[in-house]
Each structure stands twice: as C-alpha cells, then as structure tokens.
Design a protein around this ligand. Structure first.
Ligand code: NAX
Length: 345
C-alpha cells in the first residue's frame, strides 16, 4: 500500500514499527507535522506492522492523508520489513510482542528476540548507509534495552552508537514529579537522570538535577529539602508509574510515550542545549561509570548538533547510587544472557 501525498525536495525516510498500535496512533501525527525533525523537513513515513493489522493501518494512512500535512510526502504501509526499512534514515521500533497471561520472562524475551533479530537483519540489508546519514534507531518496544541490543547484534554494518532505547518517558516522569513537588512549571527542572533498564529496577536520580526558581539555578536536593522522600517515595513513584497508568487506564502509557519518543528523537537530531543532558539508553561500552560493557544502559548524554553524543562523565557516585546502578546493570546482564541464548536456540 503506497500513498503519494506530494513531491519535492529530499525527504527524511522514517519508519515506525507497531504503527497500528496505540503509541503509533499518538506518535505519527507529531512526526508527520514537523514536531521532531523541524518545520522545514519533508517526511516519508513507512508504517510497519504485522499482516493481520494491515487493514487497521489502512485507516491510519487515511487519517494521515486527511490531516493534509504539508511536510508529509509519502506514506507506505507494509508488513514486510524489507519494504519497511528500505533506505530509511530513522527507525522508531515500537512494535513488540506483549506479555501474555502465563508467559514467563524468558518466553517474552525469546519472542521479542525473533522480532528484533529479523528487523536488525532487514536494517542491515536495506537501510540507508551514507556515512554521516546512517540510520538512527530508537527502540521503544519492551524489553526496550535488550531489544535494542539484539537489533544491534544483527546489524553489524551500522555503528553501535546508532542504536538507542527510550528512557525519556521515565526522565519526563521524574521531571514532572519534581516540578509538581516544588510547584514550578516543568521546564524549570532539568538534568534528571535515569540510570539503567527501562524497568522497575531503573534508578531515577535527581542529585545532579537543577531547578530554576525566580531566575536562580538551585540543586534539586537543596530545593526539595527532603532526602527521605527523594530516596524512597520519589524513586518508587517513577519506577512504578507505568503500572499505575495501566491500573487506572486499563491500557499502558501511549500519549506520554509518544511525546517522550518525540523528545528523544528531537534532541538526538538537533542536539541538547548548552551544558544540559538527557537520558538515553545507549551502548555501555567504555562508559565512565564502571557499568559492564556489552549492554544498552540508560546514561545521561550530551548530543552535538551533528547527532553524535557522549555519556556525561565525572558525576560523583555515592554508595546509595552505586548500589542502585549496579542492581539495574545486573538485571540487564541477565536479560542479555537469556536473549542471546534464545538467539542461538
Ligand atoms: P500496542 O499493542 O497497542 O501496539 C503494538 C503494535 O505492534 C501492534 O499493532 C502489533 O501488531 C505490532 N507488532 C507486533 N509485532 C510486530 C512486528 N513483528 N513488527 C511490527 N509490528 C509488530 O502496544 P503499544 O501500547 O503501542 O506499546 C508498544 C510497545 O511499547 C510495548 O512493547 C510497550 O511495552 C512499549 N512501551 C515502552 C515504553 C518505553 O518507555 N520504552 C513506554 C510505553 C510502552 O509501554
């Protein structure tokens, strides 16, 4: 199914997998409208989902057409990864196998390994490879960190740093908790960090975060003045926020997830502001915090305008943080070992 919406200058080819799902539905409009790659960047959207969802995708394509967005040049809906990843510049991998009743963690990992192995191989074969413009990948589908690692394993022709996973939703949740607590608008709080896995072992850390109150930058712990709240309730609330949304909505986060994907990609595309950083799941190889190599682990990163990024170094790590950072690393090592065993099975 191919729909040409217009013709023109060089467009950015962006694939969204799981495009018929609920995050896809909240995400596609923002991407196609220019909220992520800029108001002057034409977009070609490739929507990849599984065969039984193609009729739903047809409706999504119709709606995208009906938005009459000036930047949207072309929409392709497909169930074939070789079509979906053809010449793409950016891949937003949202589609994944959800956990079903009675399914063990290792079965879920194995099911997702098959999906991300196939997609990694397709990216390796058909995605764009033009040096600087090589494909940028963000994995959203859970377990996001390990799925990113598997995709990268099967995609040897692309530099490892081009594979990231989404922890920006967790960062946004942390930022929102702090700004609500302090009664300031969300944009006044910056440099919140999520360390590790996008799971309940993640470590939301605001010891290095800053809040701007009445024009003055203050360290968040100094403004909050409640270490016990920061070490207990705050961390727990952020770690369990996804579950709380599911309990209330009977569906998992979608609007906030889509917004976080836009934040992640926009910052990766245009760079972070000044000395500020954002959290991204990135390859842990050679990191300055003693986290084992060979994982996709969420760190604070600074991004340059040329899309390259570096892990922020030199942040002091106390015993409390060390323990939490190592615990989430351990979980990621276990996930990796289970996933790689499934790859070989
Ligand atoms: P939905 O179930 O609404 O949509 C998932 C879509 O993926 C479906 O349309 C399904 O057909 C499709 N799909 C399944 N296998 C596929 C394959 N092999 N190729 C292409 N498409 C495939 O889930 P939704 O709420 O959109 O969530 C998607 C994923 O995001 C889930 O794995 C979810 O756990 C994860 N999340 C990750 C977050 C993060 O911060 N990293 C936060 C939000 C979300 O929970």
């Amino acid at each position: 199914m191919v729909t040409k919406v217009g013709k023109g200058v060089e467009a950015l080819r962006v694939v969204v997998t799981g495009a018929a799902g609920q995050i896809g539905y909240s995400l596609l409009y923002s991407v196609a409208k220019g909220d992520v790659f800029g108001a002057n960047q034409p977009i070609e959207l490739l929507l990849l989902d599984i065969q039984p969802m193609l009729s739903v995708l047809e409706g999504v394509v119709m709606e995208l057409q009906d938005c009459a967005l000036p930047l949207l040049r072309e929409v392709v809906a497909t169930a074939d990864p070789m079509v979906g990843f053809k010449d793409v510049d950016v891949a937003i991998l949202v589609g994944a196998m959800p956990r079903k009743e009675g399914m063990e963690r290792k079965d879920l990992l194995a099911a997702n390994v098959r999906i991300f192995m196939t997609q990694g191989q397709a990216i390796d074969k058909v995605a764009k490879e033009n040096g600087q413009g090589q494909i940028s990948v963000v994995v959203v589908g859970n377990p996001a960190n390990t799925n990113a690692l598997v995709t990268r394993k099967y995609d040897p022709s692309i530099p490892p740093q081009n594979f990231t996973c989404l922890t920006r939703l967790d960062q946004n949740r942390a930022q929102a908790q702090i700004s609500s607590r302090l009664g300031v608008s969300h944009d006044k709080v910056r440099n919140c960090i999520i360390w590790g896995n996008h799971s309940s072992t993640q470590f939301p850390d605001v010891r290095h975060a800053i809040v701007n109150i009445d024009g003055k930058d203050i360290p968040v712990p100094e403004a909050v003045k409640d270490d016990s709240w920061l070490k207990n309730e705050f961390i727990k609330t952020v770690q369990q926020r996804g579950g709380a949304v599911i309990k209330a909505r009977k569906l998992s986060s979608a609007m906030s997830a889509a917004k976080a994907i836009c934040d992640h990609m926009r910052d990766w595309w245009f760079g972070t502001k000044g000395n500020d950083w954002v959290s991204m799941g990135v390859p842990s190889d050679g990191n300055p915090y003693g986290i084992p190599d060979g994982l996709v682990y969420s760190f604070p990163v600074r991004v340059k305008p040329d899309h390259s990024y570096e892990i922020v170094s030199g942040l002091p790590i106390d015993d409390f943080s060390r323990e939490k950072m190592d615990a989430t690393a351990k979980e990621l090592q276990e996930e990796r070992d289970m996933a790689f065993a499934a790859c070989e099975a």
